[in-house]
Design a protein around this ligand. Structure first.
Ligand SMILES: Cc1cc2nc3c(=O)[nH]c(=O)nc-3n(C[C@H](O)[C@H](O)[C@H](O)COP(=O)(O)OP(=O)(O)OC[C@H]3O[C@@H](n4cnc5c(N)ncnc54)[C@H](O)[C@@H]3O)c2cc1C
Length: 567
């Protein structure tokens, strides 16, 4: 394709993960000219790493014969500690079966039960086995199916284009500016609708299961363009990541029956959730592991064991081959014979860009979907298997809504912003301050130490001070090397800017919420307070370009709020 200065498409989707691809396919099927812009080749998006599965009340397994979307909705809302918007959860769970079947018809190779139906395994916080899976490579299979469908439709892909800013004029989003990583040239993209599908921000934390590219770009782009962020304090820590490297060991392992065991040989979950045991929601299991380690019942250096041995070699090899391979390659042990050393690690962002059930932000023409968005269906804690579902159900809805927009060209503003961006990138390259690496490590450490599984006011205030200081230092950070093609240092510096903005939003929200709910656990306010905090936290940018915090009500209606605890 010839290189143009300005590209024009009806709908531009930033992000080639599951949510971006599903939105692009739907907008294309509605008749729009659609392009996907992605900083990596789409099949390298983090979605491809998803392991355990996708939830839908298909009722295929004998224990789940009477499963319904209402039961799925109840589990989701209870798991969210009643912070999820119940209208959005209804859409998610009602449309789950048709969504999974659509993917099956498009060619996704799901694992099968003995009757040949899509196999379903138990997952945390779910009443019955409801998680459809493709061994432990579900994301890989779904991604290949969607990429095939998008390619078949002739959707345009601008791969290895890094979006540096959004163009908003008269409170309408007109497109974005992106750096072609191969040529080093800056381009403008003009659209009637722009969908952010940029994924999570795991890289702002030490010990994350996320890909290196998950740096919160979309959330930072959105808040700086006048949209709002919602519930950013809710950060999911996955209970079982491989000790040392923090590669995910899927909940599918516990779904298949693996035990969590401390250094005294106890299945310690009996102390914290005697009925659900290893399949209590993730926030509870992650905190329980940390409590065991703090009480001296972990193994030296801070981990516990995930024991799969009793499942037997056949089940491990058939249903968890990826987990086995990861343990062999990265820890040098075979889980058929030896327990896996695991520790909790950052995994998922429940919060994100504030959108309604059609993916609309507060800025006309700007949409968001997938992990970068907060609709909200996950509330204070996401159930495993609900995120892949969220990307597909709301990818489709958002794509459909976005193709109804019609704005004209607005080329002058695009040229103006493009010129400003070219100058900004040159200024970054000319900076003579410190390199990006120390700042990146400090953000990760600050977030893990001060805004981790357990939080308190003094720690978080100290953390926010460090982040403010890092924000000042960022202004002078230098790019090592002025090369045009694949200037990795420039990309890292740009990503670091997004990380600073995203981390600040998490910090401000976490300090503001003076209660404990789901993944947000405060040792100084250990109880949940529905009277004061059954509401969403909203962060905006005010007229003076400062962040301000507000709250918005939770949409209830399906199920009454209860003070129940998991057993
Ligand atoms: C290891 C792992 C296992 C998981 N397993 C499961 C599971 O079994 N079940 C489940 O439900 N959920 C699971 N999840 C969560 C789920 O996979 C993700 O939430 C989901 O796939 C995110 O999809 P997405 O489309 O929102 O973003 P992603 O797949 O992260 O895609 C983001 C896209 O945005 C693009 N992008 C970002 N910034 C820019 C920029 N500045 N310019 C241009 N492009 C940009 C990237 O190139 C990429 O294409 C797992 C997550 C992890 C990390």
């Amino acid at each position: 394709m010839g290189e143009k200065d300005i590209y024009r498409h009806d709908v531009i989707v930033i992000g080639g993960g599951l949510s971006g691809l599903r939105a692009a396919i739907e907008a294309c099927d509605c008749g729009a000219d659609v392009a996907v812009v992605s900083k990596v080749y789409p099949l390298r998006s983090h979605s491809v790493a998803a392991q355990g599965g996708i939830n839908a009340a298909l009722g295929n397994s004998p224990e789940a014969k009477n499963d319904t979307w209402e039961k799925h909705a109840f589990d989701t809302i209870r798991g969210s500690v009643y912070l999820a918007d119940q209208d959005a959860v209804e859409v998610l769970c009602r449309q789950a079966p048709e969504t999974v079947l659509e993917l099956e018809h498009w060619g996704t190779v799901f694992s099968r039960d003995h009757e040949g139906k899509i196999a379903q395994r138990p997952f945390g916080g779910a009443d019955v086995p409801r998680t459809c899976y493709a061994a432990d490579r579900t994301g890989h299979n779904l991604m290949n199916t969607l990429f095939e469908q998008a390619s078949y439709r002739g959707i345009t892909f601008h791969n290895e284009y890094f979006v540096t800013s959004l163009v908003v004029d008269e409170e309408i989003c007109r497109g974005c500016i992106a750096l072609n990583l191969r040529s080093g040239k800056v381009h403008a993209f003009n659209s009637s609708s722009l969908i952010l599908a940029t994924g999570g921000y795991g890289m702002i934390y030490d010990h994350s299961t996320n890909s290196l590219i998950n740096t919160g770009d979309g959330m930072a782009l959105a808040i700086n363009a006048g949209a709002q962020l919602k519930d950013m304090e809710f950060v999911q820590f996955h209970p079982t990541t491989l000790y040392g490297s923090n590669i995910l060991i899927s909940e599918g392992a516990r779904g298949e029956g693996a035990y969590l065991v401390n250094s005294e040989g106890d299945r310690f979950m009996a102390r914290y959730a005697p009925q659900s045991m290893e399949l209590a929601p993730r926030d509870i299991v992650a905190r329980s592991i940390m409590k065991e380690i703090k009480a001296g019942r972990g193994f030296k250096d801070g981990y516990v064991h995930l024991d799969l041995r009793h499942l037997g070699a056949d089940i491990i090899k058939e249903r968890l081959p990826g987990i086995r391979q990861i343990a062999m390659d990265f820890a040098g042990l075979d889980p058929v014979e030896v327990p896996i050393p695991v520790q909790p690690g950052q995994h998922y962002s429940m919060g994100g860009i504030d959108v309604n059930i059609d993916g609309e932000t507060g800025v006309k023409g700007l949409y968001a979907v997938g992990e970068c968005a907060c609709i909200s269906v996950h509330g204070a804690n996401r159930l495993g298997g609900n995120s892949l579902l969220d990307t597909l159900v709301f990818g489709r809805r958002t794509g459909r809504k976005a193709c109804s927009e019609s704005n004209d060209g607005h080329v002058p503003i695009l040229k103006e912003v493009m010129t400003r961006e070219i100058q900004r990138l040159q200024d970054l390259i000319n900076n003579k301050g410190e390199g990006f690496a120390p700042l990146m490590s400090e953000i990760k450490k600050t977030m893990f130490d001060r805004f981790g599984i357990f939080r308190d006011e003094a720690d978080m205030n100290e953390g926010l001070r460090s982040l403010n200081d890092l924000g000042q230092r960022y202004k002078q950070v230098s790019v090592k090397g002025s090369g045009k093609a694949f200037n990795q240092s420039l990309i890292r510096v740009l990503e670091l800017g997004y990380m600073v903005d995203t981390a600040e939003a998490v910090a401000l929200s976490a300090i503001e919420r003076k209660e404990s709910r789901g993944s947000h656990f405060r040792t100084d306010f250990p109880d949940r307070s529905d009277d004061l905090y059954l509401k969403h936290t909203i962060i905006s940018t005010d007229d003076k370009l400062q962040r301000s915090i507000d709250f918005s009500p939770v949409k209830l209606g399906l199920f009454p709020v209860k003070g129940d605890n998991y057993q």
